[in-house]
Design a protein around this ligand. Structure first.
Ligand code: AHR
Length: 534
């Protein structure tokens, strides 16, 4: 062996002598095989969802800022709306998060001057309720996204959950639906997707509950909500992160109570690089992958136990990188209105990790139906703003944008062999992470690939003979010589994607080079279509 890198083939360590014999100065090589028979599943567009919580400046100073120069008549920042549309978010979860577990949704409806100011116990701030469910639903539709709501099953219960469904979705002629009309929203919001609380397994949650207690409550709330509107889909809380000691027993117990009345199990994951172990951080998606596999196994275990014909899928409704702001947030004085909280400034490394998380989600498209990048504006977000000032795209904006734009149709599994890098947390992990998507009309193929190697490029060779004839349309790369480089208000364009030349596909053989620490999107089209464009 060349000693430069271990090789990894189909999950097993492997030494490719043809590479090693040529000497260790050669560029590291990775291979992938694509075949149209390797279909994982159809991608639900809701895989590209996001999340707006009443936390920090996500709402106030984020989506809503009536005094901002770009604000419209309703107080929404147009510059932010434009960026959200550009990002291609398909669904947005609201209003929390931890916030929802002590939230009274009725505080956020009706004339704004009459709305109460309340203590928000989750983030220890003051909530003025200028934005509530009507404003959010209006904003989400304008952003081109489907609103997704969470009900409070922390401090409240069945009644508040079912009245909120009635307020939002019932056409007219009842107390709550007529109240919505009186508030200026004659047409129902038609909200299809609902979360039954948030992270109820977490001791930090207001109204935290044990699995039996929550499972019973979720099941009863689900029953009442679906009686109001049988068209809705419901997400039950699973474990709030994979290292919870109660995972996966908690999830199994909850599902045993609620299996028949819910549709999805919620999972959350935040990755961090706080301990400076960068190679483990770059391999974080390995942990997310095993979390998803265990959660699916848990759902199917309960399915088998119940002899059910119904399958519960996954709603990964919070995922991201989160660590930069954690220490600074501890020093924030309580009871401010919309203080800057959770404002992570993301660098290239973070974008690479987000890219691998997106690849992981696509790779599980058969069972992960919905996912939400948490969050959307300012608080751990791809979009940042200065209150009264500009808005800009963080590094993590780009992998999401590319996945939401090109990651449509069906996900195809990629069989790959790649050198590995050693990590303390996950052992040996391949340098190459990849997935492919094929559009419904069979006319465009996209390979999403990450090179985790911080120092060296990775020569990529793809065997696409099982896919028919393809030509490269473009190879988009997000990379930077400094892995810590970030976009800021002063330098919003420091880390930008660019087109890379030299990537080719002829006679079913793809060749290209993945730069060190890079996110790559290789777009291919049918030869006649690509020739017409050139
Ligand atoms: O997204 C930030 C917080 O992370 C959410 O409020 C909570 O659900 C999670 O712990």
């Amino acid at each position: 062996m060349c000693g430069q890198a271990l090789c990894y083939l189909d999950g097993r360590p492997n030494c490719d002598q043809s590479i090693c014999e040529k000497g260790s100065s050669l560029v590291k090589q990775a291979k992938l095989v694509l075949d149209r028979e390797y279909v994982v599943g159809e991608i639900d567009p809701r895989l590209y969802g996001s999340f707006i919580e009443h936390v920090g400046r996500a709402v106030y100073g984020g989506i809503y800022e009536p005094t901002h120069p770009t604000a419209d008549a309703r107080g929404f920042r147009r510059d932010v709306l434009d960026l959200v549309r550009e990002l291609g978010v398909t669904t947005v979860r609201y209003p929390g998060g931890n916030f929802v577990s002590a939230y009274d949704w009725e505080d956020g409806i009706g004339p704004k001057p009459d709305r109460p100011k309340r203590l928000d116990l989750a983030w220890r701030t003051v909530e003025n309720n200028e934005v509530g469910v009507n404003e959010f639903a209006t904003w989400a539709r304008e952003a081109g996204a489907e609103p997704m709501l969470a009900v409070n099953l922390g401090s409240r219960g069945v009644k508040a959950a079912r009245t909120l469904v009635e307020y939002c979705n019932h056409p007219q002629g009842t107390y709550w639906s007529d109240l919505r009309s009186a508030h200026g929203f004659r047409d129902p919001h038609g909200i299809r997707l609902w979360c039954l609380g948030n992270e109820i397994d977490g001791p930090w949650q207001i109204g935290h509950k044990g699995a039996h207690e929550y499972g019973r409550l979720a099941s009863e709330a689900a029953k009442a909500m679906k009686l109001v509107d049988p068209a809705i889909e419901l997400v039950v809380c699973g474990s709030s992160y994979r290292d919870m000691p109660s995972f996966p027993k908690w999830d199994a117990t909850v599902l045993e109570h609620a299996y028949d009345s819910v549709d999805y199990l919620s999972l959350h994951t935040y990755e961090g690089n706080g301990d400076g172990d960068c190679s483990s951080f770059l391999a974080s998606a390995t942990g997310m992958d095993s979390f998803i596999r265990s959660a699916i196994a848990t759902c199917d275990h309960v399915k088998a136990k119940k002899r059910s014909s119904k399958t519960i899928n996954i709603c990964f409704d919070e995922w991201n990188v989160w660590y930069h702001s954690v220490e600074a947030d501890k020093a924030v004085e309580p009871w401010g209105v919309a203080p800057a909280l959770l404002e992570d400034t993301y660098n290239l490394e973070d974008a690479i990790v987000c890219g691998t998380m997106l690849i992981t989600l696509m790779r599980h498209a058969d069972r992960v139906s919905i996912a939400c990048l948490a969050q959307l504006i300012n608080a751990i977000a791809p979009i940042r703003t200065v209150t009264g000032g500009p808005a800009w795209r963080q590094t993590i904006f780009y992998p999401f944008l590319h996945a939401a734009t090109f990651g449509r149709g069906v996900a195809l599994d990629v069989r790959s062999s790649s050198p590995v890098h050693e990590t303390r947390r996950y052992g040996p992990v391949p340098l190459l992470e990849a997935v492919a998507t094929l559009s419904e009309d069979d006319e465009s193929l996209t390979i999403f690939a990450v090179n985790r190697d911080e120092a060296d490029p990775l020569a990529l060779e793809g065997d696409l003979r099982g896919m028919g004839d393809w030509r490269v349309i473009e190879h988009i790369v997000l990379a930077h010589e400094d892995g810590k480089a970030a976009n800021t208000a002063e330098q919003p364009g420091r880390v930008l994607p660019h087109r890379q030349s030299g990537t080719n596909c002829e006679n079913g053989k793809l060749v290209g080079l993945l730069p060190p620490l890079s996110w790559n999107v290789i777009r291919l089209g049918r030869p006649d279509v690509v020739a017409d464009r050139v």
